[in-house]
Design a protein around this ligand. Structure first.
Ligand code: ADP
Length: 355
């Protein structure tokens, strides 16, 4: 089995006046793991369902492996789907659930048994094949649902929040399992999640969506290090990027730079802010949250709040003065109105802050 690429071209979808998808164009590379990420209601599931063929776009085209499949029914699209509700048949055993689709397809018994054996082994289900779904844990049920997708021998896997029913520890384990499985099978994965940790840890490519549009498409690393928009900057990373007005650095920037920066918003990651007596940011300590390895320190400057990720053993009292330093190369600059990243003023700002 190997993956096929999926392409969406100018997809619009609306049920009423406000469009759920507003001109989505997208390449999902063959054999790679792509996460569709975004807040609830941004259109992720709709996009996935349009790829599957369960939903028709109002306009636009869907291509699979270079072929226009916009008018082709789901069963003919070379895709396997795994949803949040596992949709296992309660009265069938694990084995029967996994091969259900194969029976419908009329595969001969020997082939069926071989596929079942290999898949059960791959998923660690070999000992559980005679159980019913009600006798399985949530993680095991999820694996059975995966097994069903695997035996179908499709080159594209679509998953919609498949882990949201699981507890945190199991979710982390299944993240790794699904990622390893995708690697091993070489299938094209399109995976819907609202959880940025899931997207960042699992995907080769993250498609960040917002209000029915694509906000940014990038590898997790690029999206974290160079978010294209304020939305991306705030959505990826916990705690999110800290943003503040250029005015906060007024003592270090010239009046001319401040004047030209009026329509800008600055951003910095909490881990890029460090306690430092000669730091350019001078405020008072707000809330302090101890997290073991780290301590999150709120720093109040005027009416703005920054968040600094300091070593866990850092001890500070609320209301005490605090100075924070940062490396100029860690500063992000955005246009406040459009939200777009802009590097226009960076050289001037860098020069002023370095001197
Ligand atoms: P997400 O998966 O990102 O949470 P969805 O794709 O489910 O978002 O939904 C996107 C938007 O489309 C939402 O505003 C939702 O209410 C709307 N929507 C989804 N399905 C339907 C439907 N069958 N009929 C009408 N509106 C829908």
């Amino acid at each position: 089995m190997s993956g096929a690429e999926v392409t969406l071209k100018n997809i619009f979808k609306s049920w009423n006046e406000s469009p759920a998808l507003n001109d989505i164009s997208l390449d999902v590379p063959a054999g790679k793991f792509t996460a569709l990420l975004g807040p609830s209601g941004c259109g992720k599931s709709t996009a996935l369902r349009i790829v599957s063929g369960l939903e028709e776009p109002t306009s636009g085209q869907v291509f699979i492996g270079g072929n226009d499949v916009t008018n082709i029914p789901p069963a003919a699209r070379d895709i396997a789907m795994v949803f949040q509700s596992y949709a296992l048949f309660p009265h069938l055993t694990v084995a029967e659930n996994i091969v259900f689709g194969l029976r419908v397809r009329g595969l001969i018994r020997k082939e069926r048994d071989e596929k079942l054996k290999a898949t059960a082994q791959l998923l660690g289900l070999s000992e559980l094949l005679d159980r019913r779904p009600s006798q399985l844990s949530g993680g095991q049920q999820q694996r059975v649902a995966l097994g069903r997708a695997i035996v179908a021998d499709k080159s594209i896997f679509l998953m919609d929040e498949p882990l949201s029913n699981l507890d945190a520890k199991l979710r982390a384990e299944m993240r790794e399992e699904i990622r390893a499985l995708q690697h091993r099978l070489g299938v094209t994965m399109l995976y819907v999640t609202h959880d940025q940790v899931e997207a960042v840890t699992m995907a080769d490519q993250v498609v960040l969506m917002n209000h029915g549009r694509v906000e940014q498409v990038a590898s997790p690393r690029v999206m974290y290090e160079t978010p294209a928009t304020l939305f991306a900057a705030k959505f990826i990373g916990t705690p999110p990027m800290v943003t503040f007005s250029p005015q906060l650095l007024s003592r270090s920037l010239t009046p001319s730079i401040l004047q030209k920066s009026q329509d800008l918003t600055f951003g910095i990651r909490p881990e890029s802010l460090a306690l430092n007596d000669s730091g350019l940011i001078n405020g008072t300590v707000g809330n302090v949250e101890y997290l073991g390895a780290d301590t999150l320190i709120e720093c109040k400057v005027g009416d703005e709040f920054l968040l600094c990720r300091a070593p866990g053993q850092t001890q500070l009292t609320e209301g005490a003065p605090i100075n924070l330093a940062f490396n100029v190369k860690d500063l992000h600059v955005f246009n406040t109105a459009s939200g777009q990243r802009t590097d226009k003023m960076l050289p001037e700002i860098e020069m002023a802050l370095s001197s």
